[in-house]
Design a protein. Sequence first.
Length: 150
Amino acid sequence: MRKIDLIIIHCSATRADSDFSAHDVDIAHRYRGLSSWGYHYYIRKSGLVELMRPEDVPGAHARGYNADSIGVCYEGGLDVNGRPADTRTSRQTEAMHRLVSTLLQSYPEAKVVGHRDLSPDRNYNGIVDPWERIKECPCFEVKAEFQDVG
């Protein structure tokens, strides 16, 4: 069994007014050169949680962190104009909280972070400031939202 240090939350970076299935994620990841989808779980707008990779298989979702993490992605992350936004439906948010709580029962030492929180701390102040983010994914403050979960 892998030692899991991080549960990394992602968004699919797709518009709120369009559908993007797990199959679409698989196609997009294969187009980028991966052998299959890189996340372990995918949360649809309906709240359906789809298993993608088994937890015992390293993901391909956060370079440098895949060996010791679980990747959770939600459908969306861009508003109807294509700008980063928290587009999660109430069902997605509820499903995400249930999934993260379950994962933390299995991996109690893991920290829950957003993909953007793994950007380099360029000014070395101990936090990744908004201007340091390589990307906005997952378009909400993961650490604040999940600080009391577990």
